[in-house]
Design a protein around this ligand. Structure first.
Ligand code: URA
Length: 296
């Protein structure tokens, strides 16, 4: 979440006092707001506008520190636990934390408490999943957007509405599938998640899949495909990856999971001509589900 920094109240107040200035100030405030929106400001954090032209009072001088008491000699030298040592939490810690979860609820709570991904600091809340816990089909998107961030539910904005229509066209809906994202927190300003953010969240995504035990994954877009496929495959663009099936090994599952890559619905909104390929992918998914007697 990025803070809004324009001193709107101050400027608007001045405009009311001096009507000659009003049009000029109005345009100035408007263009400042536009600029900040372009830079990714999407939330107002402060209840009160801040006038940064007023000098701040000098901070109180720091009190003299008390002389430190003589430290007792150490009794035994025990290495501090890793977490208490404020070492950065990385993908290996994420693997340990995620693999220790034996239910989806445990995984949700573990993610809620996970501090290894800075996205959580700017997001409003965790966006864990939607759909059913024992789904045969798991769809993986990229990252929550503004609406998902507010509601705590994936794919509820325009891309989500298109996804619902796509699912309905092959007889599926959210009571039959599970929907998750590559990263479960909204990146600020809807930017793409970085490779590091994806890497640190990936153990949770893979554990999520292991706990649901689906027969099939649908990789929605380049970010999900790159995260889930081995680098020699996943680095190809989504245009090359889509429409093909991949076997993805998931720790804890006896069989590799059959996975179909396709376009992300947000891409289809921007590029309607890609809907034709996307429709072929949906038909391929439906045929595969029928062939596995998984159509309900
Ligand atoms: N796009 C995604 O990839 N995920 C969402 O939850 C919403 C939009």
């Amino acid at each position: 979440m990025h803070a809004l920094k324009v001193d709107v109240n101050v400027s608007i107040g001045a405009a009311c006092v001096n009507p000659v200035l009003s049009h000029y100030l109005y345009m100035e405030v408007l263009s400042a707001l536009r600029l900040q929106l372009e830079w990714g400001v999407d939330e107002i954090l402060l209840a009160e506008a801040q006038n940064r032209n007023i000098a701040r009072p000098e901070p109180e001088p720091e009190p003299e520190p008390e002389p430190a008491p003589l430290a007792p000699p150490p009794l035994a030298t025990k290495p501090a636990p890793r977490r208490a040592a404020l070492l950065p939490i990385g993908p290996q810690d994420a693997v340990e934390i995620a693999d220790a979860c034996n239910s989806l609820e445990e995984l949700r709570v573990a993610l809620q408490n996970f501090t290894g991904c800075a996205l959580r600091d700017t997001a409003t809340q965790l966006v864990f999943a939607d759909g059913v816990d024992d789904a045969r089909v798991v769809l993986i998107g990229e990252a929550p957007g503004a609406e998902e961030d507010r509601a705590g539910k994936p794919f509820i904005g325009p891309a989500g509405q298109l996804l619902d229509k796509m699912l309905a066209s092959i007889g599926l809906d959210r009571t039959k599938v599970r929907i998750i994202n590559t990263v479960p927190w909204r990146p600020p300003g809807n930017r793409a998640p970085t490779d590091n953010e994806i890497a640190v969240c990936l153990p949770f995504l893979r554990r999520h899949i292991a706990l649901v035990k689906p027969e099939c994954l649908v990789l929605l877009g380049a970010v999900a495909a790159k995260a889930m496929l081995p680098p020699q495959t996943g680095n190809a663009g989504i245009g090359r990856l889509r429409g093909k099936w991949y076997d993805i090994e998931i720790a804890g599952l006896a069989q590799p999971v059959s996975s179909l890559a396709t376009y992300h619905p947000a891409y289809l909104l921007r590029m309607p001509t890609a809907k034709r390929d996307s429709w072929h992918d949906l038909l391929a998914l439906r045929h595969w589900l029928e062939s596995q007697a998984l159509m309900f």
